[in-house]
Write a protein that binds this ligand. Structure first.
Ligand code: GDP
Length: 143
């Protein structure tokens, strides 16, 4: 199977809880290669752009307030079957429903503050990676 990329974000709760290292360790242990990574802080507006598909949802304001509440760490990851495998590694959106041993089950407090984002398709992964990284940063690390 061909290699795939996905865009992960270690969300502000992950950074605040001092879990960057632990989450990256689990990601690498699961066989993902880091292709790009940075620490940045979204504004309420840029968080809204990233989550534009949720603009009409009742939790949109809470989501964008949370995502702009502190620094986050976007990471481009590569692996065979990366999209599906990463979503398995992080678990269900609501940590109460996430399988045991998943990142969200082990570390997330709630449906909103759930430690990590993972793209839901290869196309969205490309769009989301471009939201945080310049084309030159993505191309420079092509294998
Ligand atoms: P994901 O793909 O598993 O991240 O889930 P979704 O695409 O459905 O939702 C995107 C993000 O919005 C989630 O990761 C949560 O941070 C947030 N979210 C989803 N549902 C809720 C909710 O009911 N309440 C709050 N506060 N946030 C939510």
């Amino acid at each position: 199977m061909a290699k795939q990329r996905t865009l992960a974000i270690l969300k502000p709760d992950c950074v605040r809880k001092g879990l960057i290292g632990e989450v990256i360790r689990r990601i690498q242990e699961a066989g993902f290669t880091i292709k790009a990574m940075k620490m940045t802080r979204l504004t309420k507006q840029t968080a809204g752009g990233f989550y534009a598909v949720h603009r009409e949802k009742p939790f949109f304001d809470e989501l964008t307030t949370f995502m702009s509440s502190g620094p986050c760490v976007p990471v481009v990851l590569e692996k065979e079957n990366a999209i599906e495998d990463f979503r398995k590694l992080i678990g269900a959106t609501n940590p109460a429903n996430a399988e045991e041993g998943t990142i969200r089950r082990d570390f997330a407090d709630s449906m909103g503050e759930n430690i990590v984002h993972g793209s839901d398709s290869e196309e969205n992964g490309r769009i989301e990676a471009a939201y945080f990284f310049a084309e030159s940063e993505l191309v420079a690390n092509e294998s």
